[in-house]
Ligand binder design. Structure first.
Ligand SMILES: N[C@@H](CCC(=O)N[C@@H](CS)C(=O)NCC(=O)O)C(=O)O
Length: 210
């Protein structure tokens, strides 16, 4: 399998970390969505990442759909999410909050670096959305007593939140003030200390508006 996309993307990184935790071998093509858009297009005409190219040559897109495929590949015993019921929908909800936070943090970054004059209404909206999600996740993580969000084993929700916290902290340091979110900060530190998080990482390299 070939994973396309740079690890400064929280979406690409969470897929890379899941592949590593599942022990699935893969090649990595760290193509940039802006600089390497033409290379990405045959696999995903949206020119977005991550894309996962299967051995058959088919390309999967969207992190959630890619992870769904990987979960099926490793089987229910190894899958980092419950197969059904409340345990599944609760984990998917946290993943959706983390991914939504990632969408807003990426959108806000693009607004700031790609536009000469960022739209005030859009910037304020993104900042409010990011702040509200961080507050909700902080409350929920603080109420959790297990090492990981849904128990003793790491799951997709942990990885999604871990990856998006790093991205948000790098892209918008003023929005992820660690003192304000102690439970999330501890979650982030615990994730970043794990070998796959240390291996699969890239400092943020935002696109330029030139
Ligand atoms: N919902 C997508 C989001 C992926 C995404 O936003 N990727 C960014 C990089 S962090 C991207 O491809 N940006 C280029 C663009 O949207 O044109 C997923 O979960 O895979």
């Amino acid at each position: 399998m070939i994973l396309i996309g740079q690890y400064d993307s929280p979406f690409v990184r969470r897929v890379g970390i899941a592949l590593r935790l599942y022990g699935l071998p893969f090649e990595h093509r760290p193509w940039s969505t802006f600089g390497d858009g033409d290379k990405i297009a045959p696999y995903n005409p949206l020119r977005r990442v991550p894309s996962l190219v299967l051995d058959s040559g088919e390309a999967l897109i969207e992190s959630a759909a890619i992870l769904d495929y990987l979960d099926e590949l490793v089987g229910p015993e190894k899958a980092m999410i419950a197969g059904s019921g409340p345990d599944r929908y609760r984990a998917l909800r946290v993943c959706a909050l983390a991914n939504g936070l990632g969408d807003k943090a990426v959108s806000l970054l693009y607004e700031r670096v790609l536009r000469k004059e960022p739209s005030k209404i859009w910037v304020e909206r993104c900042e409010a959305q990011i702040g509200s999600v961080l507050e909700m996740l902080e409350k929920e993580r603080a109420a959790t007593r297990t090492p990981f969000w849904f128990g003793p084993r790491i799951g997709h929700a942990d990885i999604a939140v871990g990856c998006v916290l790093r991205f948000t902290g790098e892209a918008h340091p003023s929005l992820f003030d660690r003192a304000r979110y102690p439970a999330l900060s501890a979650h982030s530190a615990a994730c970043e200390a794990l070998p796959p998080f240390q291996e699969i990482v890239q400092p943020l390299a935002p696109p330029s508006g030139d």
